[in-house]
Write a protein that binds this ligand. Sequence first.
Ligand code: ATP
Length: 137
Amino acid sequence: GNQTLTMIKPVAVARNFTGPIIQKITDSGFKICAMKMTQLTKDQAGEFYAVHQDKPFYEDLTTFMSSGPIVAIILEKENAVDDFRKLIGATDPADAEEGTIRKLFAESKSHNAVHGSDSDENAKIESDFFFSKLERH
Ligand code: ATP
């Protein structure tokens, strides 16, 4: 697959990290195919993260992800899903490598600056969640 879906999460948007994060992403060879700022309802956040509905952090996760505007972006690059997950680093910024987006811009495991799709299949599902055909280039 050559596409992945990212979200810049509410705290990162609120702290004005949108620009620096996008700069880092495009400097790393990703092309932007679609992008929007939006705010999810709690139900929409719940739908996006449905795979986590039985996890203890689901309630906090969906509350947080609906707490303010996010920026959703479809990114294109060869090997997009794996290369983007390398670029963002470990889920918990304390474990993330130097230079990764989460090391640079995340506060904590729950406020970890960005999302990245974990498979080609989910990249497609998540891209379809945010964008219509007409919104992609
Ligand atoms: P993402 O899917 O956002 O890229 P990930 O694949 O690194 O993150 P997942 O295990 O899919 O992590 O968890 C989804 C999101 O839920 C994480 O990004 C994080 O914000 C939150 N999360 C995961 N585990 C915990 C936890 N133990 N406590 C709090 N929040 C968590």
